[in-house]
Each structure stands twice: as C-alpha cells, then as structure tokens.
Ligand binder design. Structure first.
Ligand code: FAD
Length: 395
C-alpha cells in the first residue's frame, strides 16, 4: 500500500526516522516540530547494531557510520579503577556486523534531516490536540490551524501531549529516582577506552569517545527530582575527584556552560496499545525508558522501520497499524523493563553489601556473559520495506 498522507508530530530522532521511512514507501509526509529550530539536541549517543541496522533500512546508515566512532574497547569499572566487566567490540562486530558506535547527537540529527526534503519539516509548530471524529482520517490542531491526514505519528517524546489525550487514564511518565548531568568535552581527551561505565554507590560516570577525539561524559546520581546546582561542573569535580582517570580529565576538559542536567523519567506503566484509531505512537512517546541499556533511540529507530514496513506490506492502514502494535509493543516494553532492571542493579544500587555482592558476581562472570547481555537486545533484523507483490512485480 502506498501514497497515503501522514503528519508526524515531533522532530526528534523518532519523528525524523519515521518521516524517512514513510517517504521511502511513497507516503506524503509533514513533520510538525514545536521548537523554533532543530539543532543541537543534547550531548552524545551510542547506537547498538539494531539501531544501525534500522538506519541502514532507512538509507542513512552510511552517513551515520561515517560520523560515528566504533566503540571497540571498554567496559565497566569501580571508582578505584578495577575492572568489573569488559566490553569486546570486536566480538560484537563478528556477531552482528558492527560494534556499538558513538556519535554526537547533533551529527545524528543532521544525517536524519539531510534525508528529508526541506519542505517536509515545519518548525515552530506545536500540536495541541487531535481530532479523531472523521472515520479513516485524523486531524491535528496546531498553532497554524487544523491539518488532516490518513495517519498521525505521535513522536512527541516522553511528555507526549498526544498520548495524554489518547490514554487519559494512563498515569504518564514516572521519575526513575536518578538525575543525569552530561556534556561533550571542549577538546580531545586522551582515552584508554572508547566506552566506559564506572559504578560507585548510587552513582555512575560514563564516557563515549567521538571520532574527533572529544568525548561525551555523563554522571548519573540517585537524587530527589528537581535538585539543581548553580555551578554543576564544580559540584561534579568535587564529587568525582577521587575516581579513576580519565574521569577528572574529562571534567577538566569541559566548559561549565556545556553541562546539561535532566531528571530521568520513564513510562513505568506500559501503554495498553501503541495505536489509537489512525494514530501510531512511536519512540519515547510510546515507551520512554531509562538510559541504562543505551536502547531508547535504537528502539525509536526500530519503530520507524517497522511502521513503514507494516504499511508497505499489509493491506489497509488499520490492519497495518494493528501489526505495528503487535510487533513493537512486546519488544520495546521488554527492553524498557530490562533497562529499568539494569539501572537498579547497576548505577542505582547504593547499599554497601549489595554493591559488594554485585561487583563480585560481575568480576567472576566470564566476558561472554556481558557480550550475551548486549546481544540480547541488539540482535534485531529489520523487516523489509518492500511489499512481496512489489518484489514479484514484472517490470
Ligand atoms: P524526543 O527526542 O523527545 O523528541 C520529541 C520531539 O517532539 C522534540 O523535538 C519536541 O520538541 C517535539 N514535541 C514535543 N511535543 C510536541 C508537540 N506538542 N508538537 C510538536 N512537537 C512536539 N538512546 C540510545 O539509543 N542510546 C543512548 O546512548 C542513549 N543515551 C541516553 C542518555 C540519556 C541521559 C537519556 C535521557 C536518553 C538516552 N537515550 C539513548 C534515549 C534517547 O535519547 C531517546 O529514546 C530518544 O531521543 C527519543 O527520541 P524521540 O524522537 O522519541 O523523542
């Protein structure tokens, strides 16, 4: 099925990817984004093989790989520097064709935007509500009036207003108990490992190395929500001054105004459906998860490919959306549960005895256990965006 019209609400990673996927199957697409400009959307991001395969299916994998740094070395350590687990990027590459890659978010956004024609993206347009009254159509109310389409993709993030309208009884996002401060260093930093996490008691410090030698770092702390520091970088330099290198070096190479601070919210109560009428929820709007597995954006990219594939290969929009829900909801909600568990057993653990037991278990576990944990979520094969009848059609 092709030739439908879609409105994508939200121009984040999920919304842009959805727009690319829908255009690839011949749909007319407009992305409505409330921000005045789409620009630097945060620090950096790691992409697992499933995210990269989704980008390949969308036709932008090559550009993203060229801007990304493969993460071959690293793993998990304790604040004194001792190693808990090793990440073997070469083994991941052998198993899945690619190791994890690290990329500045701005570069990923650029690659996604470049795959869309200029007229496809409308910024400075906030969607306030949906009109679901016309059968087989859906309308959105935006600042500049009402627009109609065959399909709306709600990719408006963790605080999705569209999700609230569609599922008024759902409790919405919940605070995870952790807050995250992060930045990209101002200059290159000498790093022994591409990718590292260090777990203390109720605290994690991690980095992802970029192609140009700079790195993104993040500090995740157990905290009540809403706590902010006038000089966050100074607070972190004190908090982590006794932790192993390169942590103090990463903080030293950062400008105070580069630090971003967000409380981490997730959809702890899973949605009963990713579809309501002619609206498909996608990305964080559908399944916001804690960042402990580095899978939130990867799942949004999977959503985008699966939605386009379902529409391309299923007869009728309603059946295609039912298939999208059936394929995406169990998988993404199971990854979200695993991410929550990983946070609770990793960064959030603070009792000294529990921390000691966890660390001992990780130290004695063979490296292949860590590898298997990554493979469990990263081994995903994208569905085809081409319908069977199209493949068989004699030209
Ligand atoms: P968003 O990025 O939130 O985009 C939503 C867009 O919708 C925004 O541009 C917003 O302005 C717009 N919008 C909202 N409301 C409206 C409206 N009413 N009308 C119009 N526009 C609207 N994932 C990974 O895969 N790997 C990682 O390494 C990773 N690290 C992370 C680290 C941290 C600290 C955090 C917090 C998350 C991390 N994630 C990671 C998760 C990832 O960032 C998200 O899952 C992903 O960005 C979600 O994309 P999205 O497009 O669904 O939502």
């Amino acid at each position: 099925m092709d030739g439908g019209s879609a409105l994508v609400v939200g121009g984040g990673i999920g919304g842009l990817a959805a727009a690319i996927g829908l255009r690839r199957i011949g749909w007319r697409v407009t992305v409505l984004e409330r921000a005045a400009a789409l620009g630097d959307a945060g620090a950096g991001i790691s992409l697992h093989a499933n995210g990269i395969r989704a980008l390949d299916a969308l036709g932008v994998g090559k550009e993203v790989r060229e801007a990304a740094r493969p993460q071959y070395t690293g793993g998990t350590r304790v604040p004194g520097g001792g190693r808990l687990a090793r990440m073997d990027g070469a083994a991941l590459e052998r198993a899945l064709g690619t190791p994890i890659v690290g990329i500045p978010r701005a570069a990923l956004h650029r690659s996604l935007r470049a795959a869309l024609p200029a007229g496809c993206l409308t910024t400075g347009t906030e969607v306030t509500s949906l009109d679901l009254t016309a059968p087989g159509r859906v309308g959105v109310l935006a600042g500049d009036g009402v627009r109609e389409a065959d399909l709306v993709v709600a990719a408006d993030g963790v605080n999705s207003a569209l999700r609230t309208q569609l599922f008024p009884g759902h409790p919405g996002p919940a605070y995870s108990g952790s807050t995250v401060l992060r930045a990209v260093t101002d200059s290159p930093v000498p790093l022994e490992s591409d990718f590292e996490l260090t777990w203390g008691r109720g605290a994690e410090f991690g980095h992802i190395a970029f192609l140009d030698g700079r790195a993104e770092w993040h500090a995740v702390l157990n905290s009540p929500p809403g706590v902010r520091h006038p000089n966050a970088l100074e607070v972190l330099r004190r908090r982590f001054r006794d932790w192993h290198e390169p942590i103090p070096a990463l903080l030293a190479a950062t400008r105070p105004d580069a630090v971003l601070h967000h409380d981490i919210h997730e959809l702890a109560a899973p949605l009963p459906s990713f579809v309501a009428g002619r609206v498909a929820l996608l990305g964080d709007a559908a399944h916001a998860m804690t960042p402990n597995l580095g899978q939130g954006a990867c799942q949004a990219l999977e959503d985008a490919v699966s939605l386009a594939a379902a529409l391309a290969t299923t007869s009728g929009v309603d059946s295609a959306l039912a298939r999208y829900d059936a394929e995406r909801r169990p998988r993404s909600q199971s990854v979200a549960r695993a991410a929550r568990r990983a946070g609770r057993m990793g960064q959030q653990l603070s009792h000294p005895v529990a921390v000691a037991v966890r660390n001992t278990a990780l130290r004695v576990a063979p490296d292949r256990v860590a590898l298997r944990a990554i493979l469990r979520h990263a081994a995903w094969t994208p569905p085809s965006l081409v319908s069977h009848s199209e493949v068989a059609r004699p030209y």
